[in-house]
Design a protein around this ligand. Structure first.
Ligand code: SF4
Ligand code: SF4
Length: 55
């Protein structure tokens, strides 16, 4: 399942650095392009606030 980012995001940027397909956009809350996400789970592992989970 693609990942998505909840409003627990603190915009730390860690997920962007590890995403192999660069499908995460910066902002007040970061956003994953679910059509491009390959479901690798790397972002979920590094998120310090647990903001990323599976759809
Ligand atoms: S699960 Fe993988 S491909 Fe999808 S947004 Fe996270 S790091 Fe990127
Ligand atoms: S790693 Fe988590 S807190 Fe940091 S920008 Fe990504 S979703 Fe937001």
């Amino acid at each position: 399942m693609p990942r998505w980012i909840s409003d627990s995001c603190i915009a730390c940027g860690s997920c962007v650095e590890v995403c192999p397909v660069d499908c995460i956009s910066e902002g007040d809350i970061y956003v994953i392009d679910e059509d491009s996400c390959i479901d690798c789970g790397a972002c979920e592992e590094v998120c310090p606030t647990g903001a990323i989970s599976e759809r």
